[in-house]
Design a protein around this ligand. Sequence first.
Ligand code: A4P
Ligand code: MG
Length: 165
Amino acid sequence: MANTELINKVYIGLGANLQQPEEQLHSALEKINLSDDITFCQCSSFYQSAPMGPQDQDDYINAVALLKTTLTPLALLDFLQSIELQQGRVRKSERWGARTLDLDILLFNNEKIDLPRLIIPHYGIKQRNFVLVPLAELAPDLIFPDGTPIAQLISTISQQGLKKL
Ligand code: A4P
Ligand code: MG
């Protein structure tokens, strides 16, 4: 029988604004679902969101998914980055520029992780409506590792530029 203590509960953020973004998200979720090490549990609605950062780029499609995995945080990051690369992600020096697919690990259990390659909770999680709103759809009662309830953030964040599809 599987040792349930080894199963980690993870929320990931998905974002894309190039080359049929909705298809990019569907395709990434399919690849995740095929992994033997990950159980896909749930995905939020897809949201269209105005770009954060340079404004001369298309709107994004964003969503949040809940996964269960036996992978360590770094092994999960490797796997998600391999999906980004398979789907044509080119890392450019411009910050917050357009991309075919961005997969961020938002939360890993209730852990705080601070490694050169991986910071969890993801640094933008509390400020970005395109992360908070889909996350709250899946987990309205969530409490962040620092004790902040998501409901408190949702009650004050602007939902300007965000449209549920
Ligand atoms: N990294 C550290 N912590 C994490 C984590 N929790 N999850 C490291 C994933 N990666 C993490 O990421 C750079 C490095 O961050 C990785 O190599 C990993 O080791 P990246 O994906 O190559 O770079 P990036 O995504 O361009 O940089 P950054 O600053 O993370 O960008 P963001 O914050 O992801 O923002 N507007 C809308 N509306 N919707 C969006 O989704 N996304 C961005 C990108 C800009 N504007 C957007 C959106
Ligand atoms: Mg990223």
